[in-house]
Design a protein around this ligand. Structure first.
Ligand code: ADP
Length: 272
């Protein structure tokens, strides 16, 4: 399912001394089946942007089309849109609240009107997809490890069978093992189910490893939107946005080891 955003503007606390333009005329298109990473400084507008994509936050101006339907129109059915566009927020485990993992995952499908039998089938499927054992279904979510809780939260969103999955720093606060596991699951979901993935990340290395395309945000503007290779070639721009040259070069070297050569472009910055 595709996303098209045209001239999106979002201003917080408009007309007060705290007025802040969080999104400044942002336009882009994400084709169906894409895997796009969003990077940029804290406060550059990444979270504000993704919350527009299922109508959680309203645009001050601009258009947002999900699969061709303009969701900024008043007549739009937001429940339907939220079934198609699933968002996993930062630290999603704080949104777990039911007594058992089963009930927590069932919450979304129940709300969407699935029958108990359908919901049961979905739960058994998604639990596998996120790499959890059936035995956790009767546990309290609060008894689980950080990585497991994160998987339950992810399962809860996937259970609604979204066609677009949006993730805000899905690996924040996890140890390296938990991080790799969650990223692996997300990659698998994308590969196996063809879900379009939009993923905010602090880790350039993860983005370089997994995403196809990258969007770079700075001060409410989308300053770059290109393939992973092209973005990393533009090291100077990345550096301006808080990513150090050693960091960039580390990623480039790792890619080179894997046979992806970005050429000499990138090193000129280090030499300069
Ligand atoms: P990021 O996700 O890149 O860190 P955000 O979208 O959270 O960026 O924030 C963009 C800008 O909007 C920041 O300057 C932030 O302080 C401001 N902002 C975010 N949420 C709110 C809010 N609820 N009220 C007022 N300002 C906000």
């Amino acid at each position: 399912m595709s996303i098209r955003v045209e001239n999106l503007v979002h201003i917080y606390s408009k007309g007060t001394p705290f007025e802040k333009t969080a999104l400044d005329n942002v336009s882009f298109e994400i084709p169906d089946g894409d895997f796009v990473g969003i990077i940029g400084h804290t406060g550059s507008g990444k979270s504000t942007l993704i919350q527009h994509l299922n109508g959680l936050v309203k645009a001050d101006s601009g258009k947002i089309y999900i699969d061709g339907e303009d969701i900024t129109q008043k007549s739009v059915n937001l429940t339907k849109i939220r079934g198609k566009v699933g968002i996993v927020f930062q630290y999603p485990e704080y949104q777990l609240f039911e007594e058992t993992v089963y009930k927590d995952i069932a919450f979304g499908p129940n709300n969407l009107g699935f029958s108990a039998d359908e919901t049961d089938k979905i739960i058994h499927e998604v639990i596998k997809l996120v790499g959890l054992k059936e035995s956790v279904l009767n546990s309290s979510p609060f008894e689980l490890s950080g990585g497991q809780k994160r998987r339950v939260a992810l399962a809860g969103v996937i259970a609604m069978n979204p066609e677009i999955l949006i993730l805000d720093e899905p690996t924040a606060g996890l140890d390296p093992k938990g991080r790799d596991e969650i990223l692996g699951q997300i990659k698998r979901l994308h590969d196996e189910k063809g879900i379009t993935v939009v993923w905010i990340s602090h880790s350039m290395e993860d983005v370089a490893k997994i995403a196809k395309n990258v969007m770079v945000m700075a001060d409410g503007k989308l300053i770059m939107h290109a393939s992973v290779d092209d973005v990393f070639k533009n090291a100077e721009l990345l550096e301006k946005n808080g990513l150090s040259v050693p960091q960039i070069n580390k990623v480039v070297r790792k890619l080179k080891e894997k046979g992806i050569d970005l050429g000499e472009n990138i090193y000129t910055v280090e030499k300069a």
